[in-house]
Design a protein. Structure first.
Length: 133
């Protein structure tokens, strides 16, 4: 490989490496997310199938909205999930900054999580709470 070819290769390699490391940061940190979850823990669990004031959040990513069988959801949350919505990252990013704004009448009294980094970390934790142990 000639010198300009090597230089192009190294530049491309560096660009790809930096881009992929930036994406990993945007995914959040589950350990930091466990710390953020402490704000949620008065009402929710994330490591066991035990409901509290709010439903268990163990396995929430990929779960249909208002679908924990032994939890009594508000009529507002049932209506919100009636069209088959599923909790995924995108929906959590809409809901968590202001639950009352997205689901008017929800019983969730949490005012919202508006810090993007905290949101990234919390979602990383909810994806796999065991990874933070």
């Amino acid at each position: 490989m000639e010198a300009p070819g090597i230089l192009k290769f190294l530049c491309l390699f560096l660009a790809v490496t930096l881009a992929s490391s930036g994406a990993a940061v945007a995914d959040g940190d589950a350990i930091a997310g466990a710390s953020v979850f402490k704000r949620c823990a008065a009402c929710h669990t994330a490591t066991e199938h035990e409901n509290r004031v709010g439903p268990s959040l163990l396995g929430v990513i990929g779960r249909p909205v208002a679908s924990v069988a032994d939890y009594s959801y508000s009529p507002a949350m049932k209506a919100f999930g009636a069209d088959g919505k599923v909790w995924d990252e995108a929906l959590l990013r809409k809901y968590l900054p202001s639950p009352q704004l997205l689901v008017k009448g929800t019983r969730m009294t949490f005012p919202g999580l508006r810090n993007d980094r905290d949101l990234d970390n919390l979602i990383a934790y909810l994806k796999n709470p065991a990874s933070a142990e």
